[in-house]
Design a protein around this ligand. Structure first.
Ligand code: PLP
Length: 398
């Protein structure tokens, strides 16, 4: 093994598994605590007039949050990561970059909360947007004089459409507009959009980064100083910062990001293959299946396929029986934790999305979404065998 390039413990060449363990050691407390302390304080004393420890008031900066922000910036290869009280707070802050009259383009299939934000808040604030299926359509004809940004997820929630980030980045660079990627579904462990040419990366830290369904958080990561300055200004002004305790929880979650995601991904692929064999399952959408239209793009731009599997069953009644009979798996919204969750997008994550948009995106009352956890795969398969048997009995009787 060649270790000649490995002379610094925070080396940019470190593997991502190692990066997940690297706290910024210059920030460690004087006792050398390895679990970074929770600085539960609102304000900080000044050493003297005109002097600051670097920390003045927790809305602006906090040492625990700073430690988390450093590691997320490091994982995403950004110059800064800003930690928010939720993923939505992160997205809402990014939207404050724009002015009335600005236009932006969004992918047609997105997290329901993002669509709600754009429809109910951004438009009221004087912005306009166009939804385009970025995975299948050429975006160029939609770019107007006043277009300022393109916003997307890849793979999308919940339909798992895959967009070539690099290809899109060439267009946004040429046009001088921002490329914003919500990277929640893959986490920095599997995909780094900034490296592929994106300008802003967003995460719901609630999901894979936190990893335990025990806290809500969000991130904005950038690689440009000016953009960072502007976002930091909006951040300190609007005040949606992540609390010290929640910062600590996500810091802790990140330590196991690599092992959790490896395991969850193995389970996801096995479940996707299993689901394909069931006669009540009419469609399985997982970008790690070679027949998925985004498979080769995923191979090129990501290091893995993630742990989200969407599938369609043959009737709404069957879907309802599945939801009502899960035991090992939780029927809950959210994703990215150690436990497997099953979600019904049409009544949960995408309940506020207009009907025509749902229809266009293929989100119907037969679509179910799995966030696959790290349980034993045999147990997950047995759970489905049991649930499918009940659902079959209930939907075919009478
Ligand atoms: C959950 C989610 C969000 C919103 O994050 P919160 O932490 O729930 O506010 C945004 N984007 C995607 C893709 C998500 O899954």
């Amino acid at each position: 093994m060649d270790c000649s390039g490995c002379n610094k413990c925070t080396d940019v060449n470190c593997s991502i598994e190692t990066k997940c363990q690297q706290l910024d050691r210059s920030l460690l407390d004087k006792w050398g605590a390895i679990s970074y302390p929770i600085y539960q304080t609102a304000t900080f004393a000044h050493p003297g007039l005109g002097d600051s420890t670097g920390y003045d008031y927790t809305r602006m900066q906090n040492p625990t949050r700073k430690q988390l922000e450093s590691i997320v910036a490091y994982l995403e290869s950004g110059i800064d990561a800003i930690a928010f009280a939720s993923g939505m707070a992160a997205i809402a802050t990014v939207m404050e970059l724009f002015n009335p009259g600005d236009h932006f383009i969004v992918d047609a299939d997105l997290y329901g909360g993002s669509i709600r934000l754009f429809n109910e808040i951004s438009i009221k604030n004087g912005l306009e947007y166009t939804a385009v299926s970025l995975s299948s359509e050429d975006v160029r004809p939609y770019i107007k004089e006043n277009t300022k940004a393109i916003y997307l997820e890849t793979p999308t929630n919940p339909m798992m459409n895959v967009t070539d980030i690099q290809e899109l980045a060439e267009i946004t660079k040429e046009k001088g507009i921002l490329l914003i990627v919500d990277n929640t579904f893959l986490s920095p462990y599997f995909q780094n959009p900034l490296k592929l040419g994106a300008d802003i990366v967003i995460h719901s830290g609630t999901k894979f980064l936190g990893g335990h369904h025990d806290t809500i958080g969000g991130f904005v990561v950038v690689k440009d100083e000016k953009l960072d300055e502007r976002l930091r200004f909006i951040y300190k002004t609007t005040g949606a910062g992540l609390s010290p305790f929640d910062s600590w929880l996500i810091l802790r979650g990140i330590r196991t990001l690599a092992v959790r995601l490896d395991r969850a991904q193995d389970n996801a692929l096995a479940l996707a293959k299993y689901l394909k064999t069931n006669k009540h399952v009419t469609k399985v959408i997982y970008p790690g299946l070679p027949e998925h239209p985004g498979y080769s793009i995923m191979k090129k731009q990501a290091r893995g396929f993630g742990a989200m599997v969407t599938f369609e069953v043959n009737s709404a009644e069957f879907a309802h029986e599945v939801l009502n009979n899960v035991q090992l798996i939780y029927f809950a919204e959210s994703l990215g934790g150690t436990e497997t969750l099953i979600t019904y997008p049409i009544t949960q994550t995408h309940a506020d999305v207009p009907k025509d948009v749902l229809e266009k995106n293929g989100i119907n009352d037969r679509v179910l979404r799995l966030s696959v956890g790290i349980e034993g795969i045999a147990d997950l398969i047995c759970e489905f065998n049991r649930v499918f048997a009940i659902a079959e009995k209930e939907t075919t009787k009478g």
